[in-house]
Write a protein that binds this ligand. Structure first.
Ligand code: AMP
Length: 288
């Protein structure tokens, strides 16, 4: 596995492989790997000749009062995981090589970035879109693999790739979870033992929503029931949002017609945890 830090070297190596007719898979990450990241790498490994994993804690997607400095890091362990998963390149640039001092050009995220996480993280998706487009351009990847835990992110990236005619196939894979349902996240390390135990109620609340939807309960009642469940099971949690939206456009939905995405962000102690589930009326609920 090559470890590259220079964007131009990444670009040159990828160009060389593309000229040899090799297909390329890209898995963008911020590191501190868990089984969720591993599942994306496994997919990339299986579906392309070359696997490029990027590891970059992208400052542009953090707001001024967010956890950029505190974000967990463990380069040696991540390097070993990426290698074990068969990555051909681990690309780990520093911020100054990705953003010149006078960097001025940003990808304006589509409107679907305004709601859900975008409401409390106004610059987040602009930063995500900008760095992901850079990675698409540097690698010329044929496929790029993202996780559905960050549903809004993968939906925005799919839209960006389509709107800007980026010749990449954006794939998204289901969230990998702990046994009790908590979605794996690098940020779960912020939880105390006690908070960690209670965090499983996030998923349980969403599963309750899927059950109520299957019984054809109205959307407003479903959201109310989930909030009530969370308030009693995790009294110290702060619900940032819980919203029912169209899974592709992320437009708010008043009624459950077809598959709808119920997405949430909940603050427990220092951690802000996000999750989501696909629900539909009268059964047939998929989970993300
Ligand atoms: P991150 O390093 O947190 O920025 O995540 C890198 C990629 O891994 C993103 O596409 C995430 O959606 C994905 N990811 C994060 N957590 C999970 C999970 N529990 N299951 C599957 N994919 C995930």
């Amino acid at each position: 596995m090559l470890i590259l830090t220079d964007p131009q070297e990444l670009s040159a190596k990828c160009r060389e492989w593309r000229m040899e007719g090799k297909s390329l898979a890209l898995v963008p990450t911020m590191g501190f790997y868990h089984k969720g990241h591993e599942s994306l790498m496994e997919y990339g490994r299986k579906h392309a000749d070359k696997l490029i994993v990027s590891l970059f804690v992208n400052p542009a997607q953090f707001g001024p009062n967010e956890d950029l400095e505190a974000y967990p890091r463990d380069f040696e362990r991540d390097r070993a995981v990426a290698e074990a998963k068969g990555a051909d390149i681990l690309f780990c640039p520093d911020s100054s090589s990705m953003y010149d001092k006078d960097h001025k050009t940003w990808v304006e995220a589509p409107e679907m970035a305004a709601g859900l996480c975008g409401a409390s993280r106004p610059v987040h998706f602009r930063g995500v879109c900008t760095v992901v487009l850079k990675l698409f351009l540097l690698t010329g990847a044929d496929i790029a693999v993202f996780g559905q835990k960050d549903w809004q992110q993968q939906a925005i990236i799919k839209r960006m790739a389509r709107d800007l005619n980026v010749p990449v196939q954006v794939v998204s894979l289901p969230a990998v979870r702990e046994e009790d349902g908590l979605a794996l996240s690098s940020r779960n390390v912020y939880l105390t033992e006690d908070e960690r135990r209670r965090a499983s109620h996030i998923r349980k609340g969403l599963l309750l929503a899927a059950k109520l939807a299957a019984q054809s309960a109205p959307a407003a009642e479903i959201v109310k029931s989930v909030k009530e469940y969370w308030r009693s099971a995790m009294p110290d949690a702060v619900i940032d949002y819980i919203s029912l939206v169209d899974p592709d456009t992320l437009e708010p939905k008043e009624r459950i017609d077809g598959a709808c995405l119920l997405a949430c962000a909940v603050r427990l102690g220092k951690a802000r945890l996000i999750d989501n589930i696909l629900i539909s009326a009268g059964g047939d609920s998929g989970s993300a």
